[in-house]
Design a protein around this ligand. Structure first.
Ligand code: NAD
Length: 350
């Protein structure tokens, strides 16, 4: 098994993958540091009921690499990392997060961490008891992270609409949001505020009901969201949801959302293109939280959400323009640009 991990690390350019086991709390986790060439590595902690260890390991590596791409594209002096916790019954959450906090502290600032699916303010508060290198969810921290993410996704959507139609014209747009959690709910709120028609789904009926009540949006049964006719389909739940079975069901012109790794594989980007659907890659538009966290930790700046949105809107516009000029997919252009920028830094630093 170790040989396979080392081979995968070499193939994908990983610096470090740690397996973490802490018997008193029941914690089983992987920590992946992909690249620190541009600066310390940043990435949140995902807690999820993975099928098995292989599934969790693949996820941590996929997510950490995507964080490196995000940093390079956003022009941040940082690299990518991630932690995944294999969630299970009986896991002592406060003790598990405190143990993780000590592990992060032990890395001495090579790795900064924060929220992700399954890690919210409560878990972060435990983590922050043990380490200086985690995002404080309170007033001592950088400010709301999901707010920065949803604003970036929103501004990315605007670039995509301008790219296709020359204007946003929100009141005549329909957007389907999958997942009404921290990011999806804020995104839905932002879109409703601009006059767009929003339909949404969540596997948690309580969350869906609360969102419908607050925003007067139409709630779709989970899985029906794929078939809904709309301008933009916005995945804001988990990654890997666009694949051979879901793509043919889509009836949208644009896919742009907050979830990490929306496509099951890069080939699915080509399938979307063949159906005339514009896919704006997640790592181009969901970097709002990362930008906020990096600027706070490394430069002591509390970046306003509007400035973060503008920055992401500008990058999205550049990627779409380059894709048009090169007659290529935004996904390929964004990947090439991220690697070109990362390589340029590596070269500059010798
Ligand atoms: P969250 O856990 O707060 O919300 C996720 C929501 O999706 C939950 O309400 C859950 O019930 C729902 N959901 C799960 N599976 C679903 C399905 N199949 N259909 C419909 N709903 C489903 O998480 P979040 O912080 O909002 O993050 C959402 C996504 O955005 C994740 O992929 C995360 O990695 C990514 N992301 C988040 C941030 C951030 O700032 N929070 C930053 C970058 C990327």
């Amino acid at each position: 098994m170790s040989v396979e991990i080392l081979q995968a690390m070499a193939r994908q350019g990983f610096e470090e993958v740690q397996a973490i086991h802490h018997a008193p709390s029941g914690l089983r986790a992987f920590l992946g540091i992909h690249d620190t060439t541009r600066g310390p590595a940043f990435g949140g902690i995902r807690r999820w009921a993975y099928r098995d260890e292989g599934d969790a390991l693949r996820d941590v590596m996929r997510l950490a690499r995507s964080m490196t791409h995000k940093c390079a594209l956003a022009g941040l002096p940082a690299g990518g990392a991630k932690v995944v916790i294999l969630d299970q019954a009986g896991l002592d959450l406060p003790a598990a997060y405190r143990h993780l906090g000590r592990t992060v502290e032990g890395l001495g600032g090579r790795f900064y961490t924060g929220p992700d699916v399954g890690t919210g303010p409560r878990e972060l508060a435990e983590l922050c008891r043990e380490t200086r290198f985690a995002t404080d969810p309170g007033p001592a921290g950088p400010g709301q992270l999901p707010e920065a993410t949803s604003e970036g996704v929103f501004r990315g959507m605007e670039s995509a609409l301008r790219h296709l139609d020359g204007e946003e014209d929100w009141p005549r747009r329909t957007v389907v949001v999958q997942g009404l959690g921290s990011v999806g709910l804020r995104l839905a709120r932002r879109l409703v505020g601009c006059g767009a028609r929003v339909l949404a789904s969540d596997i948690d009926p309580e969350r869906a009901r609360e969102a419908a009540e607050e925003l007067s949006i139409e709630i779709l049964d989970p899985t029906r969201e794929y078939e809904e006719s709309c301008d933009i389909f916005a995945p804001c739940a988990l990654g890997g949801i666009l694949h051979d079975l879901t793509i043919p069901r889509l009836r949208c012109r644009i896919v742009a959302g907050g979830a990490n790794n929306i496509l099951a594989s890069p080939v699915h980007g080509e399938r979307l293109h063949a159906m005339d659907v514009l896919y704006l890659p997640d790592f181009v538009i969901n970097s709002g939280a990362l930008i906020r966290g990096v600027l706070f930790h490394l430069e002591g700046v509390r970046e306003p959400v509007e400035k973060i949105g503008e920055r992401i809107g500008r990058t999205s516009g550049e990627i779409l323009q380059l894709a048009r000029e090169r007659a290529s997919l935004p996904l390929s252009v964004a990947g090439t640009e991220a690697e070109r920028r990362a390589a340029a830094t590596a070269q500059a630093r010798g």
